[in-house]
Design a protein around this ligand. Sequence first.
Ligand SMILES: *[C@@H]1O[C@H](CO)[C@@H](O)[C@H](O)[C@H]1NC(C)=O
Ligand SMILES: *[C@@H]1O[C@H](CO)[C@@H](O)[C@H](O)[C@H]1NC(C)=O
Ligand SMILES: *[C@@H]1O[C@H](CO)[C@@H](O)[C@H](O)[C@H]1NC(C)=O
Ligand SMILES: *[C@@H]1O[C@H](CO)[C@@H](O)[C@H](O)[C@H]1NC(C)=O
Length: 449
Amino acid sequence: MLSYLLVFTVIVTVEAQIIKGEQKNDSCMCKISSSIWAFPTARFEGVQKQLQTCEENLIEYHNKIKGSNVQMPKMELSLKNIKARLKPFEYLDTNGLYNTLHLQQLIQELDEMYNTARDAQKKNPSKETNDLLKELTNAKKDVQNMYKNNIFNLETMKSRLRVLNNRVQTCKTIPEDFRSACHQRIISNISSPVVTKLNSISKSYISGAWGRDAKQDSKERYWEHCLVSGNQYGNTIRMYNSYEDFMASKNYKDEYIASSYYHKNAVQGSGTILYDNTVFYQCYGTAEICSFNITTQTSKRMKLDGAGIDNKFPFCYYSCRDWTDIDLEADQDAVWVIYATEENHGNIVVSRLDPLELNITHTWKTHLFKRSVTSTFMVCGVLYATRFVNTYEEEVFYAFDTTTGQEINSLSLPFEKVSSGIANLNYNPVDRRLYMYNDGYLLAYNTFK
Ligand SMILES: *[C@@H]1O[C@H](CO)[C@@H](O)[C@H](O)[C@H]1NC(C)=O
Ligand SMILES: *[C@@H]1O[C@H](CO)[C@@H](O)[C@H](O)[C@H]1NC(C)=O
Ligand SMILES: *[C@@H]1O[C@H](CO)[C@@H](O)[C@H](O)[C@H]1NC(C)=O
Ligand SMILES: *[C@@H]1O[C@H](CO)[C@@H](O)[C@H](O)[C@H]1NC(C)=O
């Protein structure tokens, strides 16, 4: 009996993703990293080429045994799946995207980084900032040599700059007590759901967000925000003054963020968060962050440079979740925004906001393709990303630590859900719970470090 296998195994290094199609015995083996969907898109062309090779092998093999009248429905299905999953990435496979960055821009970016690092060094001299300055100086020399020799690998240089940039961001002015407040950084375990409740309006409201005010020492307030009009917009937030009221869906107050759901201050998408009695969210139809302070009933807005919106870079993993381009999160003393830009090849960018000024203080660029994850949340300056396992299980598989600029690709923290789709995940530093909007169900989990 012949067996037809597509073997997916993991070969991951920071630098390379290897995919080979190989004929072995009577099956064609493709080694495909399960984290292939997290590959830096800069390598997309290479990956695609290797997948094609694999595909060619499969087709050749297919033709060979076709004569013997054996059916290979499974393999064909797998092939189809591979092709289908690559489809969304195809638009990135254009030269334009890679060529937009010229040497001049590299120099400019480098200069900016250098100045920031130098300021940090002046304010707070350390070995880290000193080393960084040296490396930046070397990088500048290398770019100068690129000019001279006219031979260079732009992608390699960009990747190097990204790492340097992340380190510069980290050594900027993060409050000094930040690390100590988050002594043990990486979470190790997520409980079974400790809260499971349908949203207070209707099961048909499958997208939105919910949680508890994320500011330390804030009043214990629970909030619920359901999106209307094609699960895209919202203009009210339902507030509860106690857990009991929340669980009983009573004594709530609907606060108006905007006068209608198509007002320019209305909410777009499910990335909303509440911090300091203030709602932070993507503003209606634009790449801007809005904040609405419920206490003072005042709105602010700020442009998010280069952020993809309107389902350009939504969360996908299993199937794309519309209107999830911009995800707001909060931890002990900052609000964070998670999005993706073309400049970073559709990979996740994390910015730290000053919640009062509503301006960006730091920006890190990750290697994680935004369309390859279901959702993200922030704990103690660490970004976590999840992926779909099945209808009733989700898994944290990736973390990015903004205080070290390091990515952790090896996490496996499974947790349960009651339905397949996740519109929002957010972590609350006050009760250390993770809040999930799960196809209209509101779930919460305890987390452990
Ligand atoms: C190929 O077949 C041999 C003999 O049946 C077996 O020992 C070996 O494990 C097979 N290799 C693979 C990759 O399946
Ligand atoms: C997670 O942590 C809780 C509390 O410490 C413990 O009871 C549970 O067994 C842990 N689960 C796993 C899978 O480690
Ligand atoms: C909201 O307004 C209150 C009252 O003025 C103020 O104390 C609080 O800091 C404000 N919060 C934000 C995030 O703007
Ligand atoms: C944020 O805004 C405040 C007030 O306008 C300003 O003092 C501060 O320098 C800004 N920070 C950044 C990083 O732009």
